[in-house]
Design a binder for this molecule. Structure first.
Ligand code: 21W
Length: 230
């Protein structure tokens, strides 16, 4: 898979993309991530990327010209499956979107800043808009990092059997059961007996029941994935 990311702040991605699973996925060749600075597609002396909004009001708008020049340049070299604008107005990202996106060959992610991007970019170049939640961020970069991480770990071969995405709790609409490690007794706080019993069948049953109980208590809507959430 290839993920091309358009941003005014490519440095924001360097920490998250150079550690842990996302780094290993790149090192093993499962994914190529390219960062492009939209400012490199400006043509004026000041490399301007934002301008005042027509009609007035506070905040700047990302200009149509540099963004479109950048998208067109990249499109001439790659046939993208989706051109995604990270936007607070987009569809809420969930595990099923991540699964779908992980099946693609080439994705282009556009990160906005300021008050957003000129509407004509959305109308004519964007195939999909995705939000990561109902809270206000300063720009699309953190959302692009979240989306990239969520998608990459689903590419076959990225995770080993032990950390397999299939065992991720959200994959089956359940929260994870509690987990413990040594010591079995920490200052009198005990690990549940069943986990020390060696009885695999009982352990599987206990974990499923704990998952169900925890989901019912904390996130009951996860158990009805088809119902509309408000
Ligand atoms: C914040 C862009 C506000 C545009 C009234 C109605 C990308 C994001 C972002 C940002 C506006 C995501 C307004 C969750 C997010 C992002 C920056 C414009 C002004 N006023 N997912 N609308 N949250 N945020 N809104 O903020 O670019 S994905």
């Amino acid at each position: 898979m290839k993920i091309d990311i358009l941003t005014l702040f490519p440095e924001m991605f360097l920490g998250p993309f150079n550690h842990s699973i996302v780094k290993r996925a790149q090192d093993k060749g499962h994914v190529v991530i390219n960062l492009y600075n939209i400012r490199d597609w400006t043509s004026d002396k000041h490399r301007t990327v934002d301008d005042y909004a027509y009609g007035g009001g506070a905040g700047m708008v990302m200009m149509v010209e540099p963004v479109v020049r950048c998208i067109e340049d990249l499109k001439s070299r790659t046939d993208y499956d989706e051109i995604i604008y990270l936007s607070p107005d987009g569809e809420l990202l969930d595990q099923s979107h991540s699964n779908q996106l992980s099946l693609n060959q080439n994705l282009l992610l556009l990160c906005g800043h300021y008050k957003g991007i000129d509407e004509r970019i959305r109308e004519h170049f964007i195939t999909r808009e995705i939000s990561i939640g109902d809270y206000v961020l300063s720009g699309g970069e953190l959302a692009a990092i979240v989306l990239t991480d969520a998608v990459i770990r689903l590419i076959p071969g990225v995770l080993n059997d032990e950390t397999s995405a299939l065992s991720d709790s959200f994959q089956d609409h359940l929260l994870s059961p509690p987990v413990y490690s040594r010591p079995a007794d920490f200052r009198g706080y005990k690990v549940p007996d069943v986990l020390l019993s060696g009885n695999d069948k009982e352990i599987v049953k206990w974990r499923f029941e704990e998952s169900l109980k925890r989901t019912q208590q904390r996130r009951p809507h996860l158990l009805n994935p088809d119902e509309l959430q408000v």
